[in-house]
Design a protein around this ligand. Structure first.
Ligand code: UDP
Length: 363
């Protein structure tokens, strides 16, 4: 069977890497399964794209659609036009999409309209926040997929509530955590480690890129000032996303504790998470990685599509104001880390389960 794999943005590359390894494992067992890897070009910055292909040994994509950036509609439309051409020229049995970016939704739509089956990895998660472009991408993708590979029991429940047939829902675990386990023994300290006199637990790692936090310059600066004051004796390491950098301009304001660094490659970033005192972020994927690594995480959002990172893991949902962040962070300093565990099936084997299900259903 032929599978077309879609990857467009940083979190996609991290999720697709172990799926490719699982396909190659099936091939080595003599199973007839081949793949064609499509990079839509949604992320094209070296730091957000090529670095991940190199570090995670992802094969060179068979094609790059080079859509680059644009408004939501421009980007989605460009991906659809380019991917329709690609899929007509190179038909397959199944298009596999991951996560919740525009490439996920756009390619799922194209595939379905060409009567090709769609598998969605990380199906069913919902924040309930329709102002997030990702939430719309999730809902649309899940409304037309054929295989739903889920990371959590809450995702299963959401899908059932939307009327998804239970036979199509496969609770397999988390491919992002597959990548984490596959690379934990390769993580490496970043070159600024000495420059900023970093030591295990003497810094907090910060990432912010969601429009609700970064699109308005003055509130972003107020947020950073609040975090800077809260830091106490900890340094703050802030790998700054291009979107956030564009808002702050080329010369970021000076802060007492915050050190701005470039977006990090996967191996350096995992080293930074693993050795941090805590993480402050608005990323969904990072709250999963901190959960598995047992690192306290403070999510600067009002909702999460990954509730298990809070109920089972180390994540705290703190909203978007620094007042609430400071309150919850102080409680953590006083009481220490809440008792935390690892969600079911986040064991590094999700991709193998996915491949087993796909291959078996085509035999
Ligand atoms: N990440 C990284 N370098 C960075 C920031 C994030 O490698 O400088 C990784 C992070 O560990 C996670 C993924 O990128 O695996 C999350 O991407 P992002 O926050 O862009 O997406 P989200 O999870 O919010 O969809």
């Amino acid at each position: 069977m032929k599978i077309t794999l879609i990857a467009g943005a940083r979190p996609n590359f991290i999720k697709i890497a172990p799926i490719i390894k699982a396909i190659e494992k099936k091939q080595s067992e003599g199973i007839h399964v081949s793949y064609r890897l499509i990079h839509t070009g949604q992320h094209y910055d070296k730091n957000l794209s090529d670095t991940f292909f190199e570090e995670l040994n992802i094969p060179h994509p068979h094609v790059n659609l080079e859509v680059k950036s644009g408004t939501q509609a421009e980007q989605t439309a460009a991906i659809m036009v380019a991917f329709e051409r690609e899929l007509l020229q190179n038909p397959c049995d199944l298009v596999l999409v991951v996560g919740d970016v525009n490439s996920t939704m756009a390619c799922a739509l194209v595939a379905k309209k060409l009567n090709t089956k769609v598998a969605h990895v990380e199906a069913g998660i919902r924040s309930g926040d329709m102002t997030m472009p990702e939430e719309i991408n999730r809902i649309v993708t899940d409304s037309i997929s054929d295989y739903f590979f889920t990371t959590s029991t809450s995702a299963n429940t959401n899908l059932l509530q939307y009327g998804t047939p239970s036979k199509n829902i496969h609770f397999v675990g988390n491919v992002m955590i597959d990548t984490l386990y596959q690379n934990l023994n390769r993580i490496s300290l970043p070159d600024f480690w000495e420059t900023y006199k970093l030591e295990p637990k003497n810094y907090v790692l910060l990432t912010l890129h969601r429009p609700s936090n970064v699109d308005e310059e003055q509130s972003l600066i107020a947020l950073l000032k609040g975090i800077d004051e809260m830091a106490g004796d900890k340094k703050i390491i802030f790998p700054i996303h291009p979107r956030t950098k564009a808002i702050l301009g080329e010369t970021p304001i000076q802060f007492k504790n915050i050190h701005f660094v470039a977006p990090q490659g996967y191996l350096n970033f995992m080293y930074l998470i693993k050795n941090s005192f805590a993480v402050i972020t608005d990323s969904g994927g990072i709250s999963e990685e901190t959960t598995v690594l047992g690192i306290p995480c403070f999510t600067m959002r009002t909702s999460t599509e990954r509730p298990e990172t809070i109920t089972v893991g180390t994540n705290h949902l703190v909203g978007t104001s620094t007042t609430n962040l400071q309150k919850i962070y102080s409680e953590f300093l006083e009481k220490g880390l809440k008792k935390a565990g690892i969600p079911e099936f986040w064991d590094g084997k999700a991709s193998e389960r996915i491949l087993e299900i796909i291959v078996t259903s085509y035999q």
